[in-house]
Design a protein around this ligand. Sequence first.
Ligand SMILES: Cc1cc2nc3c(=O)[nH]c(=O)nc-3n(C[C@H](O)[C@H](O)[C@H](O)COP(=O)(O)OP(=O)(O)OC[C@H]3O[C@@H](n4cnc5c(N)ncnc54)[C@H](O)[C@@H]3O)c2cc1C
Length: 346
Amino acid sequence: MACVYIDDGKAKYLDRAYGRVGREKLKTRLIEGCVSTGVRFHKAKVWKMEHEEFESSVVCSDGVELKASLIVDASGFGSTFIEYDKPRNHGYQIAHGILAEVDEHPFDLDKMVLMDWRDSHLGNEPYLRANNSRLPTFLYAMPFDSSLIFLEETSLVSRTGMVARLRHLGIRVRRVLEDEKCLIPMGGPLPRIPQSVMAIGGTSGIVHPSTGYMVARTLALAPVLAETIAECLGSTRMIRGRPLHHRVWNGLWPVDRRCTREFYHFGMETLLKLDLNGTRRFFDAFFDLNPYYWHGFLSSRLSIGELFMLSLSLFGHASSPSKFDIITKCPAPLIKMVGNLALETI
Ligand SMILES: Cc1cc2nc3c(=O)[nH]c(=O)nc-3n(C[C@H](O)[C@H](O)[C@H](O)COP(=O)(O)OP(=O)(O)OC[C@H]3O[C@@H](n4cnc5c(N)ncnc54)[C@H](O)[C@@H]3O)c2cc1C
């Protein structure tokens, strides 16, 4: 079970299973899948890509040149091989996390803390409180047992400060087993569709613009992309060149998926405008929604119609100050979203 602390007086319990990905196990399993199906590997850095009408090639750091009917770039958000038509005005999720052995901690072992928005650890420090009110950060905590816990202080837009919070919660760190600093770019425009290189993962625009989640979605969409590639290149009348690029890009980003992404983007832009109390009110109303809606929103599974229903329901559940936030903070992102939706559907 997951839980969300809205403030010192209010916690919400979310009846939804939550798991931690075993990175090494996942990687081993994926590589074993490749090996057993005859994938060949070449370990090097890609320097350059070149394209002809029906064939592309990558030039590697060791001088080797590899030719292919289609290149799929999975080299992460910073890839220089994927092209954009619009400026990349993305937001950032910044976090500092530790997997630590501690003397004790106050969290229930059967619950992971998805968000802890309490700010009592800031005491009566007006500067710290004002700063956190403007650019709020939350704690994410996953206890494994009474002395082993993963703790992460996260901000959608800014610097993080975990030390004061741990002191306030009475957590004394004995040993840090893993330390991670994370900068997840979120939102921004989609790559130009279509283009000669196909993308998957962080460089393909599938990071959820409001949450930064991507791993589960990539695992769900990779087979969709693979199937389209197999359909085009595996058939006797091979589809190559521009028609192939068109099919694979539109397979990953059909118009309805582009439209729902605009909506998640709108969610991100709205969240960025909220201060601490606005953020608390927002999540208070959000997690009161019918679980179908908040599950679907967090896992990118809602259709555009369902997302509009979610908005209406969210407005209905919102407190009066939250309705005021929505009415005053939403118009600019809303107009932007409607403009982009119009462009996507033309
Ligand atoms: C601390 C942290 C916590 C996170 N938590 C979550 C979470 O809970 N849920 C979630 O969904 N996401 C989470 N994310 C985000 C998620 O990890 C990223 O979105 C994801 O790793 C992006 O995957 P990717 O394969 O696209 O890119 P990357 O993981 O960046 O991998 C790209 C790979 O390509 C290689 N590469 C780059 N350039 C070249 C080149 N020119 N030639 C050859 N190889 C190249 C790199 O070395 C790298 O191995 C988290 C990220 C961090 C850092």
